[in-house]
Design a protein around this ligand. Structure first.
Ligand code: G3H
Ligand code: 13P
Ligand code: ZN
Length: 287
């Protein structure tokens, strides 16, 4: 059943566990993610990016997620969220469609600009009863920079700024940069736990960790202890899906002409990965 993301995050924060926010693009990944959460009785955030809205159609993907959640997981709290919204227009558009949680990603702007625009968007969101996630510091993308030699200090969230940013903008959740990166194998060798502790001391809203596809048990529990309430996972979903198709293409029969068979296997592969992430995040059994 669809519920506000805020309710899911508040409960996780109060009870000391984290939830996964998984990116979906189509029917197969939507069913896989929601079925995994239902099987493990886990609260869930399911999210789409601007590119997915473009690809699938905003109303189509929103109603798909809503219908699958209501029908296949009626007693599991599921929140739908806009991931990495880049401007006011897209945020207004998805709110009109029915999204109750959105992210404005102003992380590539100068601090003052990010603060000013995020604040303006937060006022709008709150006037519509919608929750807003902001980002401070910046989470790099695979292929964007020379990963062998990342100047991590340029990306990190400054704890003092985080306090001011949350207070001034009144955002409901904050995405932080502590050495995390989008895509596989691109993290800092050790997350900056001390920085995260300082952020947690100064900020009371739920903290979100992007780029969580390749975060393993040890790191995950260390950052949950220090306030991370939600982990964003996209790459692991895509890789599971595509690897399943590649594997099928290499069998003697090849990819089935009955595409429901090949897409069905890809869906199962995604479901398995989502289940393993949910267990690592510790939200299984919490619904
Ligand atoms: O962090 C978000 C995604 O990994 C980027 O996804 O290709 O749908 O924009 P996208
Ligand atoms: P990954 O691509 O590393 O899974 O990160 C996902 C993400 O941060 C979506 O916002
Ligand atoms: Zn992200």
């Amino acid at each position: 059943m669809l519920v506000p993301v805020a309710d899911i995050l508040k409960k996780a924060q109060a009870d000391g566990y984290a939830v996964g926010a998984f990116n979906t693009v189509n029917l197969e990944t939507t069913r896989a993610i929601i079925d995994a959460a239902r099987d493990l009785r886990s609260p869930l955030v399911i999210q789409v990016t601007e590119k997915t809205l473009e690809y699938a159609g905003g109303r189509a993907i929103f109603n798909l997620v809503k219908n699958v959640a209501d029908f296949y997981a009626p007693d599991i709290p599921i929140g739908i969220h806009l991931d990495h919204g880049k401007g006011f227009d897209i945020i207004k558009r998805v709110i009109d469609i029915g999204f109750t949680s959105v992210m404005f990603d102003g992380s590539r702007k100068q601090y003052e600009d990010n603060l000013m625009v995020t604040k303006e968007i937060a006022e709008y969101c709150h006037s519509k009863g919608v929750n807003l996630q902001g980002e401070l510091g910046s989470v790099p993308y695979l292929g964007e920079i020379e990963m062998m030699d990342v100047a991590w200090n340029e990306y990190m969230t400054d704890p003092g700024q985080a306090e001011e940013f949350v207070k001034e903008t009144k955002i409901d959740a904050l995405a932080v940069a502590i050495g995390n990166a989008h895509g596989f194998f691109r993290e800092r060798s050790e997350p900056d736990y001390a920085r995260l502790e300082m952020i947690q001391k100064r900020v009371s809203v739920p903290l979100i960790l992007h780029g969580a596809s390749d975060w393993e048990n040890g790191r995950v529990s260390e950052v949950i202890k220090r306030g991370i309430t939600c982990f964003n996972v996209d790459t692991a979903v895509r890789v599971a899906f595509i690897n399943s198709l590649i594997k099928a293409s290499k069998t003697q029969e090849g990819i089935s002409f009955d595409i429901r068979k090949s897409l069905g296997s890809a869906r199962e592969a995604v479901k398995d990965v989502v289940k393993s992430k949910i267990k690592i995040f510790g939200s299984d059994g919490k619904a």
